[in-house]
Design a protein around this ligand. Structure first.
Ligand SMILES: N[C@@H](CCC(=O)N[C@@H](CS)C(=O)NCC(=O)O)C(=O)O
Length: 254
């Protein structure tokens, strides 16, 4: 048994990356449990009554949503702060977090998945990053079934992907515009708003400091997706925030 916080995650995905980043930023030693799309439902549901991640367990508490996880992390390990001290700025930062969590994240994820899910071997191996070779091989074989469930679950089709593309552009425009004056989305310092925006946009801009290795060479679908956005000023912002603020892992097991 450990006293460290335990984080359940998909290694490759955006909302768990929010939680990892907050824990790393505050240098909180923690344990990560990595699962795969598909089998994750059986691992998470009986334990937590939900299958979406991140889930954080610590000191008898279970936090089940990235915003709740980040709030708990902020209250429990206040330094360095992710919430602005000024109440008006804090409200705005939390509002930006909510917009990215509830609207931009699901829409952009769906549009990106629409392009990358057909790349069976690549996408399966990317999801299974860090797992043993035999597990990766098995997962590649199971992936067509997993993909079908993902498409149904997230309602991924050409029309929803088109809408997701529009929202991705909207989000990139937003971060480019709002960060133009000070470099940050709220006030003149890094906050939860920047952490959330950069995280939700990492699969679109793929900053070099994104801490999970991705298989190379990248698949045609993902490459197409990345090339579509890489010259957008919003990606300059995402890359800069990662470069300056992402930092090193504080995990004791991953
Ligand atoms: N609003 C939630 C979204 C969580 C979410 O969509 N997590 C994805 C990974 S990025 C997940 O676990 N999906 C698997 C599932 O729902 O079965 C949050 O902020 O935590």
């Amino acid at each position: 048994m450990t006293n460290h916080p335990e984080l359940w995650q998909f290694r490759f995905s955006m909302y768990p990356e929010k939680a990892r980043w907050a824990l790393d930023y505050k240098r909180v030693p923690h344990v990560r449990h990595s699962v795969l799309p598909g089998p994750h439902a059986m691992q998470l549901l009986p334990r937590f009554g939900q299958k979406a991640m991140p889930v954080l367990r610590h000191a008898g508490r279970v936090l089940k949503n990235s915003a709740e996880v980040l709030d708990y992390v902020e209250q429990t390990w206040p330094e360095p702060p992710l919430y602005p001290a000024d109440p008006v700025q804090r409200e705005r930062a939390l509002g930006i977090q909510q917009w990215f969590d509830d609207e931009i994240g699901p829409a952009t994820r769906l549009a990106c998945f629409h392009e990358v899910l057909p790349d069976t071997e690549y996408t399966a191996r990317r999801f299974a990053t860090g797992m043993a070779e035999w597990q990766q091989k098995l997962y590649v074989r199971a992936f067509p079934g997993v993909r079908a469930v993902m498409r149904l679950d997230m309602k991924i089709d050409a029309a929803s992907a088109e809408a997701g593309l529009v929202r991705t552009r909207e989000a990139l425009d937003f971060v480019a515009r709002e960060s133009a004056r000070t470099g940050y989305l709220v006030g003149d310092r890094f906050s939860i708003a920047d952490l959330t925006a950069a995280t939700v946009l990492f699969p679109t801009c793929l900053p070099p400091e994104y801490p999970v290795a991705v298989p190379e060479p990248r698949s045609a679908g993902w490459q197409r997706w990345l090339e579509r956005w890489q010259n957008h000023a919003g990606c300059d912002y995402v890359r800069r925030i990662y470069r300056e603020r992402r930092g090193e892992s504080a995990a004791v097991a991953d």
